[in-house]
Design a protein around this ligand. Structure first.
Ligand SMILES: NC(=O)c1ccc[n+]([C@@H]2O[C@H](COP(=O)([O-])OP(=O)(O)OC[C@H]3O[C@@H](n4cnc5c(N)ncnc54)[C@H](O)[C@@H]3O)[C@@H](O)[C@H]2O)c1
Length: 437
């Protein structure tokens, strides 16, 4: 089977399937199709499938023209019909891995997609899970579902592996194509074939590891590393404020050390589908082994408190002007979870707004990337443009995302007060109305 698959990869006769056409799956499907593979995208949302088939792009990291060309040439198509799985040779699973309401892994999307794939899995197919998950998911959950549902044997009839997705939406240097990949297959042959497949498409290094579990764990390590370091710097930011020290200047100074230090920055909390959630997958799994991940829990609790801390700082600013939070007019600038993207999943700005509103403040938001968002069942509509005379009417502006297409000079000139949680106004000379986190 190995030689057969390697030959099909080298002559590009493999048909690729990508399950889940979101922030990860659509760019991946586009790269595979661009590399010359006929590619079929699978999703349960008809609207996304329909848009792909019409060449309509909905993901910032995908180039509109490329999508149109791939669809027009017949290299890329999408469907909600999983029976087309029988036509593909390589399947990448890129479905969501969120948390449930008890902050525990919700693995149902992985389970459901594996069950659908299993119904139509044929011999000599490669299945790769790319969704971020706890160590053991590929071998303990996906493998039995695929084997039982298809009647086929992993390693004999089909190959299975895990290769974490590392895409960083909005990153202008590292895209799907040039970001290094890690591959861990169930067995050496699977690893070799899966790695060959990625090498045929991507420019970055493809690192082979000894098992899917290593690959799953290394992805969680990457994201836990970020989570814990951000937790530490948020804690130091709160301490520095109490001590009257500017944390941003401290970080800039520490950054001059050429080794042993990597800069992380404070902010209003953690956002996105990965960094705030993934460490919970690990701490949940750790409990099975009677192990308490105290450092993760500690950083989670610091990061989770940041929106409330930011509101406390806003109250302090308003107090200086004898203004109460109740009935204060506040503009939140940037509701995306990070700069220059339109994704607001888990964005801490939404929690900041919620707490402000619960305290009676009159809150509006301005985000050039996002016109409206839904949070806890409620739709919030905002501004995508703002004029100087509109800025003047607010008692306070709170900057919660460092978008580069916002006119911060104009905001500073016309705002009464600004609380800059991202230090995005660092180069503005007149700082009378600016306070940083
Ligand atoms: N977004 C990121 O920056 C990023 C980065 C690295 C890794 N990841 C990981 O990649 C995975 C996917 O994340 P995303 O941001 O692309 O999610 P997403 O919500 O943008 O996309 C997931 C897609 O899967 C579809 N889907 C759900 N269930 C399905 C099913 N049973 N069959 C077919 N399609 C189904 C959804 O409709 C959606 O279109 C997650 O595990 C995430 O942790 C995300």
């Amino acid at each position: 089977m190995k030689e057969y698959m390697l030959k099909k990869i080298s002559d590009k006769s493999i048909v690729v399937g990508v399950v889940g056409l979101g922030y990860v799956g659509l760019p991946l499907a586009v790269e595979k199709a661009k590399a010359g593979y006929k590619t079929i995208g699978f999703d349960v949302q008809f609207q996304k499938v329909d848009m792909v088939n019409k060449g309509q792009n909905y993901i910032g990291d995908v180039v509109d023209r490329e999508l149109v060309n791939l669809v027009d040439s017949g290299n890329l198509e999408a469907t909600t019909d999983f029976s087309f799985v029988k036509n593909v040779d390589f399947i990448a699973i890129c479905v969501p891995t969120p948390l449930d309401k008890h902050q525990q892994p919700d693995i149902s999307y992985v389970k459901n997609s594996a069950e659908e794939i299993a119904k139509y899995l044929t011999k000599k197919t490669i299945v790769v899970l790319e969704s971020t998950t706890y160590p053991g998911t590929t071998e303990d959950l996906v493998k039995p579902i695929l084997e039982e549902g298809s009647g086929l044997k992993c390693g004999v009839d089909f190959y299975l592996g895990f290769s974490p997705e590392r895409v960083d939406p909005g990153n202008i240097i590292y895209k799907t194509k040039n970001t290094p990949k890690v591959v861990g297959g169930v067995g050496k042959d699977a690893t070799e074939v899966i790695a060959a497949m990625y090498r045929s498409v991507l420019e970055g290094e493809v690192k082979e590891v000894s098992s899917p579990t290593i690959a799953e764990m290394e992805k969680i390590l990457e994201n836990t590393y970020r989570n814990v370091n951000i937790g530490m710097i948020n804690e130091l930011a709160m301490l520095c404020d109490r001590m009257g020290i500017n944390i941003w200047e401290v970080i800039e100074a520490a950054k001059t050390k050429p080794y042993g230090f990597q800069a992380f920055y404070p902010g209003p909390g953690l956002g996105g589908h990965c960094i705030p959630l993934d460490p919970y997958y690990l701490s949940w799994k750790a409990r099975e082994y009677g192990f308490h991940t105290s450092m993760i829990e500690s950083s989670m609790s610091i990061n989770d408190k940041m929106p409330e801390y930011c509101v406390g700082r806003a109250v302090r600013i308003l107090n200086k002007y004898e203004k109460s939070l109740k009935m204060a007019k506040i503009l939140v600038v940037g509701v995306a979870y990070k700069q220059n993207i339109d994704d607001y999943r888990e964005s801490p700005a939404l929690e900041v707004i919620k707490i402000l509103e619960e305290s009676g403040a009159l809150v509006e938001f301005y985000d050039p990337w996002i016109s409206e968002y839904k949070y806890q069942g409620k739709i919030h509509k905002g501004k995508q443009n703002i004029k100087p005379e509109q800025v003047e009417k607010y008692d306070l502006l709170i900057i919660t995302a460092a978008h580069s297409n916002v006119d911060y000079v104009m905001l500073q000139k016309h705002a009464k007060n600004i609380f800059d949680t991202k230090n995005v106004m660092k180069d503005i000379k007149n700082r009378e109305n600016i306070e940083v986190l």
